[in-house]
Design a protein around this ligand. Sequence first.
Ligand code: HEC
Length: 303
Amino acid sequence: MNKLIKILSFVSISLLILTNVQAQEWNVSAEEKAMELGVTFTEEIQDAGNSIYKKSCKMCHGDVTIAASNDRELPLAPNLGATDWQKANTDGEIFTKITSGKGGMPPFSGSLSDDDRWKIVAFIRSNYDAYIPPNTNKAAEAPKVEKFAGTIKDIETIYNDAAQSFTVRIIAIDDNGHPAKAKGVKVDLFVKRYFGNMALFEGERTDENGEIVIEAGNLKADNEGNISIIAQTSDKSIISKKNITISYAQEWENPILGRNIWGTSARTPIWMLVSYLVFTFGTLSVLGWAVFQLLRIHNLRER
Ligand code: HEC
């Protein structure tokens, strides 16, 4: 009898575990698996997918970085730039997983349109060099995104005080070790603030001089006119921080010293000062009179 119970419980526990594991499998049909990329694989589409990714996916999946296999640990969701994963999944499979979700992965069928989900797939695929878009038989035919081939060494940020503009320049070398102009590199520029960073631009590509010039307009600085800026390649491989002094810096105004709050008597109107004094004096005299009367009653009783 005892043995039977043991066997039965063993069987039922195993079944429970099995069904649980079963429930955790991705559910993608053969038809869904065979679906082809539903958008054209162009740079604009990939960029559009990237911005949707930033808003809807990045908080769990982090940056899509190219790695041999998933380099994330729980509780972070898997790295969608893992080449072994990219290789093992068809476009339709990735699309279906985004559509239906599983476990910690929410379904996006309701919140993102088909088109938006395909754009994200295009963005994910842009991080996989061996990807061949549909309708292109040979890899050579695939519309390749022009990428800078040399090595990026640093990012230089120069502030032009008169024009109130920034020049962000990539310092790079080519294969022969000569200085090179890095065209088409995606760069971000931020101004450091107390609460996070303010983006001046994100994911912008450098021109044929390997530069991006941007007018910054009136930036708020501290009392000395200093601001901290961060320039980085969008894949965060190179990050450069710098303090810049700007001459037109607006002086920071302490609100407590101003009229905003009556912090000083200097700005208080006379009528308010007089009525304040009359009111305070009046209240205090009434109180004093009351106390005096009470003392008198007290003294009368004592006698
Ligand atoms: C709330 C966190 C969260 C958000 C937001 C999220 N994911 Fe996920 N995602 C996960 C987790 C966790 C998994 C792993 C699920 C599992 O394997 O059980 C996952 C798995 C995936 C997979 C399948 C990976 C595999 O193992 O095959 C894909 C593809 C994916 N997510 C894409 C996206 C995309 C695209 C977005 C944005 C539209 C997104 N996710 C948003 C948490 C999230």
